[in-house]
Design a protein around this ligand. Sequence first.
Ligand code: LCS
Length: 404
Amino acid sequence: MNETNLEGAGFMTRAIHAGQEPDQAFGALAVPIYQTSTFCFDSVEDGMAKFDGTKDGYVYSRGGNPTRRALELKMAAIEGGEDCVAAGSGMGAISSVLLTLLAAGDHVIVGDCVYGCTNVVIRDVLPKFGIEVTPVDTADLDAVAAAIRPNTKMVYFETPTNPLMKVTDIAGVKRVAGENIRVVVDNTFAPPPVQRPLACGADIVVHSVTKYLNGHGDVIAGVVVGTADDIAQIRNIGVTKVSGAICAPFDAFLIIRGLQTLGMRVERHCANALAVARYLESVPCVKRVLYPGLESSPYHELVKTQMNGLGTGILSFELADNVNGLSGFEAGKKLLNALRLSHIAVSLGDPASLIQHPASMTHHNVSPEVRAEMGITDGLIRFSAGLEDAEDIIADFKQAFATL
Ligand code: LCS
């Protein structure tokens, strides 16, 4: 099957075949790892033509590499975009988008709850370059509309958000933003086959590939997917020249391997998270469970319409203020330390279940005031459901709760 006859193919077929042709040298089916810094030219004329763009071909691996290109083509097909550029981390991808598309005097609306480092880049660093920033709860479309100014160039948000799991109506934001404001969605928490922001009207999708897309907990990487024009600019300026945050060939190879099982993995992560969320709702000392797939969640309808009914593999929860004489925070520490199967670690989307404390870990670099404004309490715990058997994950929680 080649690129041309993937038209109309299903999700799993695209994830397996897009970007991958048997290699021309030996017919290898797996994408070869082109571990090289540079590419030789046949002649001076050949090099000149590749530099001035009159001839296709690779020149230098910061600008382009065949293994990375196979990953980019596969990701463009998976997200349904015209093109993709891969980066060396999610932060490399996000910074490259911002530094390419924004200029002094522009205004950005940013979701009021985003990953800690994204928060630092947008709310602390962009203003240093003369870019105005307004944090808004993008789940509230009236608030987005009210924040728009004549110089607004971008609305940037995560859905679901890290770590509060709020869900934004992507099509609604695009409707409010209109044609001239780019809508950029961080889709890390709900990758296809869950959610496809471009199909909902978003202009650009970014991912921390480190998470579900690679899915095996052994790579740090990012991607940006969008129109051919936007991606060409982001590749040439943000990724290749400004940040230099490129995705290495070996990492691209591992991600290509991981993407081929994305659909099955993500469905299993979501099913396990739902089972754990339901269990946690039944635990008396759990004050609240934040999981959009629960019937009790205010986002349950959007899960059905925008998230393919699947939800996500991550949930957050908070313990009661007093658990047998312990504060919610102290009880949370004791609970995490007592778990035997789930690891205390940041990141998410790994085969193993991971659990962490946002206030002291993923969002520790956000000031306590901004954390309070975001709604990240000291007692909040975030859990990334792995691919283990749900009964085993729940049994581990049960024995840990019994120690409180
Ligand atoms: N976007 C989201 C939603 C994230 O959760 C992260 C990392 C990033 C972007 C940045 O991606 P990276 O550069 O790490 O590939 N989130 C992390 C987390 O929650 N725990 O550890 C990292």
